[in-house]
Design a protein around this ligand. Structure first.
Ligand SMILES: *[C@@H]1O[C@H](CO)[C@@H](O)[C@H](O)[C@H]1NC(C)=O
Ligand SMILES: *[C@@H]1O[C@H](CO)[C@@H](O)[C@H](O)[C@H]1NC(C)=O
Ligand SMILES: *[C@@H]1O[C@H](CO)[C@@H](O)[C@H](O)[C@H]1NC(C)=O
Ligand SMILES: *[C@@H]1O[C@H](CO)[C@@H](O)[C@H](O)[C@H]1NC(C)=O
Ligand SMILES: *[C@@H]1O[C@H](CO)[C@@H](O)[C@H](O)[C@H]1NC(C)=O
Length: 508
């Protein structure tokens, strides 16, 4: 090192010591460090939405607030059920300044109101859905973080309330706590990717078959969108559909592995990304196919939100139900569903090719003139960026039984078509048989999906999760291929999706 370098180094290390000392004088030791998840920040067609700030450094405050409290320099800590939406709406509408907001989430979103005395506040799941919708579609000028209740935070909350009840506003002179999330300015995510994963189970031609074999496509979208990208695990939307797809691939690979039971249809499996963005990935995936391959697709079954239904499922189509082809498919569904004691209804919604909005995944197929349907427990199309696997869509909201019934329904329908068994009451995938549907397999994949946030711009193309999906599909199918594309268009995303919150006790 050169002499002048040494001087610079020693000056800067002295400065560092000084800064540390200053920090200590003001704050003392961090009382706790907690993992926190930031509200999404994105631009939609140039409009800034979500949380526009990440750095937090303010005194903690909590409800109930003294009348006329000025929160412009406070970090408000609020358990989910204590945060009135009206309060938040007012702050956003009137552009009132808030130093920051930390929302405490229950560990189990599906658990009923545990405290018992707050029936009027509603169930956590519904409250969270409302809150998520509000925060996602507004420009929020202050930092907003989510954290899960734990002992540290609960103690902190109790302490802040105690100080507040003493009547004095929290400030440097009354002690209390300071909440600090050191964070650089969030940066734009450059060229966010969407990765579609596909695999084939090729059928076998009979002796004299010259024609190309027809293909049936099974498709499910696997990415999510929600108020906190690092928490958007979408167990139902659409983890459940993707898990059902993997299980269908697994059981059909057993049939297709023997020349005797290989069918005269190719099966194409597609795990698609970009679902929340009008199924952008599905569109790009379809475009990537050779026209001949696309034309060989007899029809596609898209599986979406199939993890929490008990009796009714819906088949959504873009062609009218009177269309002979749709009529046949619906009859196939009706026959098997009757035997299973469940009900499948049909819903017809025309596509509008001059509108970029795509409500169901099968509509992307319809745009390419490929017959397709979406099977879902939802009876109506969700709004843009709704039911996309956000905060409230957790493992507790899906059950293995629902996914198993979906797999059973689709597999029996496929088997009857592929093996010419229509109208026969048989049970190809009978329990206890070697083709039985595996609850264990479904449960373990649901668990993995439910632990993995999957907001596409924050999933790298070689993300372990994508690698795992590819590997799993390779276990059961051939010609497995990952198509990476850029999510272009009207969205811009910003990083800093999670961080560590330091809680400092302020000495009086
Ligand atoms: C969450 O709550 C639901 C409803 O009370 C319950 O059925 C489920 O077992 C809970 N899950 C966990 C992991 O505690
Ligand atoms: C999940 O499924 C629902 C229902 O089919 C769909 O509307 C929604 O957009 C899907 N979510 C994602 C992330 O694609
Ligand atoms: C189709 O979408 C375009 C563009 O959004 C809209 O102007 C038109 O009214 C729509 N047509 C129908 C029949 O809904
Ligand atoms: C068949 O499976 C059911 C559960 O699906 C189980 O209760 C039953 O014991 C099994 N029977 C045999 C013979 O293994
Ligand atoms: C989706 O894809 C098309 C072309 O593939 C693109 O023009 C469009 O803007 C994309 N983005 C969204 C968010 O729809």
């Amino acid at each position: 090192m050169s002499p002048s370098g040494e001087v610079v180094a020693s000056v800067s290390s002295a400065l560092a010591v000084l800064l540390v000392l200053l920090a200590c004088v003001e704050l003392g030791d961090a009382a706790a460090a907690v993992g926190v998840y930031r509200l999404i920040q994105y631009d939609l067609a140039g409009a800034p939405l979500g949380s526009r700030a990440a750095a937090l450094n303010h005194h903690a405050a909590a409800f109930p607030l003294p009348a006329g409290a000025d929160l412009s320099r406070s970090a408000l800590v609020a358990p989910l059920l204590d945060l009135p939406l009206a309060f938040l709406r007012e702050y956003l509408a009137e552009k009132k300044h808030l130093g920051g907001l930390l929302i405490l989430l229950p560990r189990n979103i599906s658990a009923k109101n545990v405290e018992g005395n707050n029936d009027d506040k509603g169930e956590p799941k519904n409250v969270l859905a409302e809150l998520e919708k509000l925060l996602m579609h507004e420009e929020v000028p202050f930092p907003v973080y989510f954290a899960f209740h734990d002992d540290n935070l609960d103690n902190l909350l109790a302490d802040i309330r105690k100080i507040a009840s003493s009547g004095q506003p929290a400030s440097a002179s009354t002690g209390g706590y300071k909440l600090v999330v050191p964070s650089a300015e969030p940066k734009k995510v450059s060229s966010p990717t969407i990765s579609n994963i596909q695999g084939w189970l090729p059928g076998s031609k009979g002796e004299g078959d010259a024609e190309q074999l027809p293909t049936i496509a099974i498709v499910a979208n696997y990415d999510t969108f929600g108020a906190a990208p690092a928490l958007s695990v979408g167990s139902d939307s659409n983890g459940s559909g993707a898990v059902a797809l993997l299980e269908i691939a697994r059981i059909f690979s057993r049939l297709y592995s023997s020349p005797k039971t290989r069918g005269k249809f190719n099966l194409l499996f597609g795990l698609t990304s970009g679902g929340p963005y009008n199924y952008n990935g599905t569109s790009k995936w379809l475009r990537s196919f050779d026209q001949r391959v696309r034309e060989s697709i007899d029809y596609a079954i898209c599986l979406n939100s199939v993890g929490s239904w008990s009796h009714d499922l819906w088949m959504h189509v873009s062609k009218p139900p009177e269309n002979p082809y749709i009529k046949q498919i619906f009859e196939d569904f009706s026959d098997v569903s009757k035997e299973m004691g469940i009900s499948v209804g049909i819903k017809h919604k025309k596509i509008n090719v001059s509108n970029s909005r795509v409500a169901w995944e099968h509509e992307q197929f319809s745009r390419f003139r490929v017959t397709a349907l979406t099977l879902s427990e939802l009876s109506t199309p969700p709004e843009f960026l709704e039911s996309t696997g956000g905060l409230y869509d957790t493992r507790e909201s899906v059950d293995v039984e629902s996914v198993m019934r979906t797999v059973k329904l689709v597999s029996e329908i496929l088997a009857r078509q592929i093996y010419g068994l229509r109208g026969r009451n048989i049970d190809v995938f009978a329990d206890n048989s070697s083709l039985a549907i595996s609850p264990h397999y479904i449960r373990s994949w649901l668990d993995l999906f439910s632990r993995t946030p999957r907001v596409a711009p924050f999933l790298q193309k070689n993300d372990p999760f994508i690698v795992a999906l590819k590997k799993e599909l390779s276990e059961h199918t051939t010609d497995v291929h990952v198509q990476n594309d850029v999510l272009d268009g009207m969205f811009t995303f910003y990083d800093a999706t999670k961080s560590t919150l330091n809680v400092y006790q302020v000495s009086v």
